[in-house]
Design a protein around this ligand. Structure first.
Ligand SMILES: CC(C)(COP(=O)(O)OP(=O)(O)OC[C@H]1O[C@@H](n2cnc3c(N)ncnc32)[C@H](O)[C@@H]1OP(=O)(O)O)[C@@H](O)C(=O)NCCC(=O)NCCS
Length: 187
């Protein structure tokens, strides 16, 4: 399991899994993410949805993200401030993914990806994805990462391609538009 800090030379950024008691920070970062100008093509939930959730929701989500066997949320932290996040969710064959599809075989999905606008273009996404990938391999033996990205979210697509993700060819039409599935097999 890769819960320890990963130093990023030059940026004083560390990458680690969230901790059980950090539900307020998890909520604050999520609210920042869904307030992003790109939020409507990046996240399924809206700002209104997230603001309406009770504390118990964030406590439960954070417990799963911190300790769960099938979920782990990673954050990038710089000088005590959370500046990015990525979550990996493991689905067993027959379970449904975030977009409601039944998955044919076990897979590790990357979701809830966000880097603070001031910190983009600095390689932080790559470090978050590396931590998520290492956890998925170590915890459940995942052989790669899968994700869905909105067809209009060109910045995210470019960022994922740079990290070695490729479209699987599957495109799902949703109420908010087309979602392109991408995969990166374990190297
Ligand atoms: C998606 C996200 C995590 C990527 O992190 P990032 O640090 O911005 O990624 P990078 O800068 O390393 O890579 C983005 C690439 O897209 C390019 N790019 C920027 N704007 C672009 C645009 N409008 N169209 C196409 N490419 C674009 C960048 O130039 C960069 O490529 P380069 O390094 O070759 O120049 C971050 O932008 C983010 O949090 N966005 C808002 C939330 C989001 O979209 N989350 C993903 C949901 S699937």
């Amino acid at each position: 399991m890769n819960d320890g800090p990963v130093d990023s030379p030059g940026h004083r950024v560390s990458i680690r899994r969230v901790r059980l008691h950090e539900w307020r920070e998890v909520r604050e970062l999520r609210i920042r993410a869904v307030s992003d100008p790109a939020a409507s093509i990046a996240f399924l939930a809206s700002l209104e949805d997230e603001i309406a959730r009770e504390d118990a929701f964030w406590q439960s989500r954070t417990a799963d993200a911190a300790l769960g066997e099938n979920a782990a949320q990673f954050i990038a932290e710089a000088d005590g401030r959370w500046i990015g996040t990525a979550t990996v969710l493991v689905r067993s064959a027959g379970e449904r993914d975030t977009l409601g599809r039944v998955v044919p075989m076990s897979q590790a999905d990357l979701v809830g990806v966000f880097v603070d606008a001031a910190n983009r273009g600095a390689g932080i996404l790559g470090e978050l994805v590396a931590a998520a990938d290492a956890w998925a391999r170590g915890a459940v033996g995942a052989v790669g990462l899968t994700l869905d990205v909105h067809a209009e979210n060109l910045r995210a697509q470019a960022a994922y391609r740079k990290l070695g993700f490729e479209p699987t060819g599957l495109v799902l039409e949703t109420v908010s538009g087309s979602e392109i599935q991408m995969i990166r097999a374990a190297g």
